[in-house]
Design a protein around this ligand. Sequence first.
Ligand code: ATP
Length: 514
Amino acid sequence: MDFKQIVSHCKEYGFIFQSSEIYDGLAAVYDYGPYGVELKNNIKNYWWKSMTQLHDNIVGIDSAIFMHPKTWKASGHVDAFNDPMIDNKDSKKRYRADVLIEEYMDKLDAKVEKELKKAAKRFGESFDAAMYKETNPRVQSYLEKKDAIAARLAQAMTDGNMEELKAMIIDLEIACPVSGSRNWTDVRQFNLMFSTQLGNIAGEEGKLYLRPETAQGIFVNFLNVQKTTRQKLPFGIAQIGKAFRNEIVARQFIFRMREFEQMEMQFFVAPGTEMEWYNYWKDMRLKWHHAVTPAEKLRFHDHDNLAHYANAAVDIQFQFPFGFKELEGIHSRTDFDLSQHQELSGKKLQYFDPERNENYVPYVVETSIGCDRMFLTMISNCLMEETVPDADGKESKRIVFKVPAALAPVKVAVLPLLKNKEALTEKARAVHQLLNVHFPCQYDEKDAIGRRYRRQDAIGTPYCITIDFDTLEDNTVTIRERDSLQQERVGIDQLVEKIAPKVSMAGLLAKVLE
Ligand code: ATP
C-alpha cells in the first residue's frame, strides 16, 4: 500500500487521528484512537518486557517530564540541541538545511535505482546488479557525487558550519519545493526545545523545558536506582515516556512529531568495556526487531557525524514507504552525561567497583527508539491489500493488517452467523464472555459474515470465531485464521488453550532469545 493509503487507513479504522482535528489540526501532533492505543500499548509492553523481564539487571523508572533547568544546561541541550534552518524568501517556507541536502542525495539514489531497473530489463536474467553498479560510468558518477556530498555534509554538521551548509545548497542548486526559487536566507541554528514558565518565579530563572529526550531522567536518577536496587555494574535503567521537540520540518505523518514517545534504556558499564556492550546491544536490538519485521527491511547505518557526547553511534533503519530512515539509535555515550551532571550539581555520581576496588563515573551505552516510529513500522510493513477467494469461490480484494498476533489490538472476534436468531446471538455472547477475561475480544453481529471478517482483517484481529447452528448442537465453533484464511472446527472448551499460546507476549519474547 502506498503511504497515502496507509495514512487514510489509520484514520478510517480508528488508529490515529490528527490532533484537534475540528480546528483543522495542529501540525505534527497526533492522537491515537481506540485500536491505535491498543497497538501502541502492546508495542510498549513488548519493549518493556524485553528489557526488564529478559534481563535481571535492567529495571524501569517513570521520571517526570519537567526537570530542573540545569539538567538541560549539563546535557548540552541548551547550547547544542539545534537544527540548521533556512527560509525560502519567496514561499516563506522554513526547511532544515541538512534535510534539503539529504533529500538531494535521495534523488541521486533514485537515479541509480532507475538505471539499475532499466539495465535489468535490458539484460534479463543474466543481469548482475552489483557488478553493474561498480562498472557503469553513469551509475558510478551518481554514486561518487553522492559520497562527496555526504562527506561535505558530515564535515559541515560536525563543525557546526552554517555558511558551508548554505554554500552547499547554492552549489547543488537546490530549489524550494514550494516556490521553485533559490532565493534563500542564511542558515541559522534553531534550538528544538519547547520552553514554558514556572508559576511562582518570573523571568529566565523560572524557565522550564519540556524534556526533548527521556534519557536525562535516567541519568539524574542513576544513584537513586543503583542504591535502592543494589545493582552491580553492568546494569540498565529503562523508561518509556513523552518527549517534545520543536521540529522545523514536521512531515511524514507520525515519523516526525513535535510530541512523541520514546522507549530508552541506559546501560551503565565499567569504562573500557563500552564497545563490548555497544556490540551486545546492537545485536540484541536487531533480534528484537527481527522477531516482528523481516530482516531485508532493516539495516544498520553508522553515524556520519557523532553527537557531542558519543564515541560510537549507529542507527537501525527501517524501509519506510519514503525510504530507509532511522527507527532506533544505539549510542555509546561515554561518561559525558554523568560527568556533566556531577559537575553542575556538585553531587558525586560515582560507583564503587568492588572488583577493581575503585570509584569511577560509569560509561553508558543507550538504546533509544521512538514508539511512534515503531508503530509506523508495524503499520507500513504489515498493512496490505491482497486478492483472496470468496465464500462463493470467486476472487475478492481485502485489506489486511498482518501484525504479529501478540501486538494485535484485538485478539479474537466472536461472530454469530446470523443476527436475528436469538439462540445464536445468545450463544455467541456467552462465548465472548468466556474469552474476554483472557484476551481483548470483540463481539460483532452487524452485517453479513463476509463483511464482518473484512472489518476484523482491517484492524488485524488474528482469530475470528463463528457461532452457527452446529454450535447449538455440539458446542463446537469455526475458528478462522487471519493470514492463511484456514478454518477449523474446535470445541468451545478448547478455545482458550488453542488461542492463548498463539497471541501471547511470551511467544514473541522467546523469539527474541532464539
Ligand atoms: P532524527 O535524525 O530523525 O531527527 P534523532 O537522531 O534526532 O532523529 P534521537 O535523538 O536519536 O533521534 O532520538 C531517538 C529516537 O527517538 C529516534 O530513533 C526516533 O525513533 C525517535 N524520535 C526522535 N525524534 C522524533 C520525532 N520528532 N518524532 C517521532 N520520533 C522521534
